[in-house]
Structures are given as structure tokens and as C-alpha cells.
Design a protein around this ligand. Structure first.
Ligand SMILES: [Zn+2]
Length: 191
């Protein structure tokens, strides 16, 4: 596996590409966009491998959106590990690159990771809850242009929302209440 994106290629907060609304990806996918998708997924696979991530100095990630590698395109690689890692050869919960994703429904009920969120593009730790929809249905295309609808809850729902935010120029800390970063209302549950 050859790695194209290392931490020095990841765009950081302050780069205008992270605040732009990304352009839709046309289908059939160009060879260039197909390669970009592969390279983004390779980052995630290697970043989750304890030995290799050290070798390349990668911060572990479960998601990487195209603007984070300087491409203002609506695509994001997502690699969510198995919820049951004790199983032998656990299959990831989700592994794939989503293209042109749209959240088509979401619950009013909110969820937030009890540790807050982090982002490969944000070097400083911005503490606080990031309330998001606890359950979403997302429509997206895969690399073949086939359209899928997927309903996600809890942690996977949060990961998808974080990545889709990147395609609209939003960063996770935009959602943090700076006055009361760890305050939770009755509608928000820890995930
Ligand atoms: Zn991020």
C-alpha cells in the first residue's frame, strides 16, 4: 500500500479550502477522482494500524474529507472500526468513500460524544460537547455512481455528520457552546 497523504498534506484550520462549500463530484468518476478516493482511504487504513501510523507519523482518523487534502469536492472516506473488536477478524462497521452525500432525515434528539470531537485539520484541542442528530438517514453515491440510503445511529451518525460538515465548510468546534462547552440540555444524550 503506497501512501500519498501524510500529515504534512492535510490542510489545517485557517486554510480557506476548509471553509468552502465543496463541488459535487461528477459521474462516471474520473480516473483522477477514483485515485483520490483510494488515497484518502489508504490514509485511514494506515492511520488505524498502530505500527504503520507511527512509521508515517499519522494521527489516527475514522474519516477524511476531500477538502482536508486540499480538494474542494463532495467526497469523504470513512472507516469506522467494528463495534465488536473482540471478534476474530472483525469487519469494520463502515468502510468506503461516500460521494455527494445528503442527509435526508434526522432526529430532533441530539447525541454528543462524551469526550468531545477531534479533527485531523484542527491541531489544537477545542474542548466541549458537539451536539448532533442522534440518528440520520444519509443518501450518497459510491465510486460506481450507485446511490445508497443508510440510516445511522449514535457514533456512526456522528462520524458521518462530522465528515459531511467538512463538505459544507463547517468544523466541529463551530457547534460548541463557547460559554458553556460542557453543558448538556435534556435533549442531548452521550454517545
Ligand atoms: Zn474533521
Amino acid at each position: 500500500m503506497t501512501i500519498r497523504f501524510t500529515m504534512d498534506k492535510i490542510t489545517r484550520d485557517g486554510d480557506p479550502v476548509l471553509r468552502k462549500v465543496a463541488a459535487p463530484v461528477p459521474f462516471p468518476l474520473s480516473a483522477e477522482h477514483a485515485q483520490l478516493a483510494k488515497d484518502m482511504m489508504t490514509y485511514l487504513v494506515i492511520s488505524q494500524d498502530e505500527e504503520q501510523n507511527e512509521q508515517y507519523g499519522l494521527r489516527p482518523g475514522v474519516g477524511l474529507a476531500a477538502p482536508q487534502v486540499g480538494e474542494s469536492l463532495q467526497m469523504a472516506a470513512i472507516l469506522i472500526p467494528s463495534a465488536d473488536p473482540a471478534k476474530e477478524d472483525p469487519e469494520p462497521y463502515f468502510a468506503g468513500v461516500i460521494f455527494n452525500p445528503v442527509i435526508i432525515s434526522e432526529t430532533v434528539g441530539r447525541g454528543a460524544l462524551d469526550t468531545g470531537e477531534g479533527c485531523l485539520s484542527v491541531d489544537q484541542d477545542v474542548p466541549g460537547f458537539v451536539p448532533r442528530s442522534k440518528k440520520i438517514t444519509v443518501r450518497y453515491q459510491d465510486e460506481n455512481g450507485d446511490t445508497y440510503e443508510k440510516t445511522l445511529r449514535n457514533y456512526p451518525a456522528i462520524v458521518f455528520q462530522h465528515e459531511i460538515d467538512h463538505l459544507h465548510g463547517h468544523l466541529y468546534y463551530d457547534h460548541i457552546d463557547r460559554q458553556h462547552p460542557w453543558a448538556v440540555d435534556d435533549n442531548t444524550k452521550y454517545v
